[in-house]
Design a protein. Structure first.
Length: 172
């Protein structure tokens, strides 16, 4: 489970790179990139929901369950496609499509980095863990250090990229 900076910046970096390609020029706004970054973190709101519902030290474990399913971004993407094809509400369609992208990328990053994710809830409780970066056999302190280092590396790469192309002003 990467931390917030990675979850926010990876969709931002991907869309920013796409924005520079000829086929996507002028089609991806800063607002779109912002929405992708926000929805890259939204699935982890289950942590706040768990706290609100059950408080600290609760027996329930909502984290990485229903919000960490590809079902939600799939539904968002289908609605986006239907809205886009209808020719009406294209802005809303783009918003939902980008939200679906950010959300699905969050689930994908969690699967890759470590910890079990049930990506097809509520249709299946099948869980998957690739665990490229961390796994449950490692001490918690090592997992925390690796994920914090990932945040730092992703942030520094993004800063370097923005500085290189002198586009930092776009984000401030
Ligand atoms: Zn997560």
């Amino acid at each position: 489970m990467p931390y917030a900076v990675t979850h926010i910046l990876v969709p931002i970096i991907i869309l920013d790179l796409l924005k520079k390609r000829r086929a996507w020029k002028g089609k991806i706004s800063l607002h779109t990139i912002f929405v992708a970054g926000v929805f890259g973190l939204v699935p982890d709101l289950d942590i706040a929901l768990e706290f609100l519902l059950y408080g600290i030290g609760n027996p329930a474990d909502l984290h990485r369950t229903f919000t960490h399913s590809f079902s939600i971004p799939f539904v968002l993407a289908v609605i986006a496609l239907l809205l886009w094809r209808s020719g009406r509400a294209r802005k809303q369609a783009a918003f939902l499509g980008v939200a679906a992208f950010g959300w699905a990328l969050h689930v994908f990053l969690d699967i890759l980095s470590g910890g079990v994710v049930t990506p097809f809830v509520p249709f299946s409780s099948w869980g998957i863990e690739v665990g490229i970066l961390v796994n449950e056999a490692q001490p918690l302190q090592l997992q925390t250090s690796i994920l914090a280092a990932l945040d730092a590396v992703v942030f520094l790469v993004w800063l370097w990229h923005e500085e290189k192309y002198k586009k930092l002003k776009d984000f401030f």
